[in-house]
Design a protein around this ligand. Sequence first.
Ligand code: NAD
Length: 248
Amino acid sequence: MENLIKRTAAIIKGYPPVVALTGSGISAESGIATFRGKGGIWSTYNPEEYATIDAFMQNPARVWKMLKELAHITMEAQPNPAHTALAELEAMGHLSAVITQNIDSLHQRAGSKQVIELHGNNRWLICLKCSKRHRVSQSLIEEIPPLCQCGGILRPEVVFFHESLPHDAYQQAVEKSQQCGCMLVIGSSVQIFPASLMPILARQHDAIIIEINPEESHLTSEVSDIFIEGKAGDILPRIVEEIKRLSP
Ligand code: NAD
């Protein structure tokens, strides 16, 4: 393990630009259950019934019951040492962006500036009628469904299943993946398309792929150069410490 951490630190220093692709596992230590993990919101709410755009359009109030719970969980969670370590890597000039599949805003709350959100965020709501954006507030989400002043129903600025990704975020993620010298894949089973494409693109452009996860993924044997088995909150701070030790 110690050797892998040392090798990773040396690669991060030696193969810029470095980008991170994160999934729900990076927020597990903040108390937000992963998508496929046990005991989370998706054990109660079947994603096919609650997380598709069709389900939302057919019955916004029903889906808002789940969204309200999700909003409380993500808003009450705090960034953990893994989020902080990535923010620190960026501040040290060793990380050019975080591409995240998460909607919880914990990277930004930890201090990361360059965050590409592939699946939207929990900060904004959009009116289905007049398209006005509203900052999420406790009082807005007390209403089910929340409404705009114009009477339109508000939707969250998250990407539902069967919806396309925000164009700019997708484009930026593709560019970062094609241009990076190293990609850290942290806390994702990398099964949701097109986020799952990013490590493949990076690899095709000769980037070194380093995976940090307590469990192997389908990338581990075929795509990843290094697999560090463990929790992001344990491993990432140790990598940052090693980089500091290497720095003059
Ligand atoms: P997933 O459940 O398929 O995979 C989670 C991965 O995290 C697994 O590989 C697991 O082994 C790993 N993991 C668990 N604990 C970890 C830890 N402490 N450190 C590092 N890794 C850990 O989820 P996914 O691949 O992220 O894809 C599911 C989709 O649902 C994504 O869009 C995801 O972002 C979204 N989602 C987001 C949140 C959030 O915003 N926090 C929460 C749930 C789901």
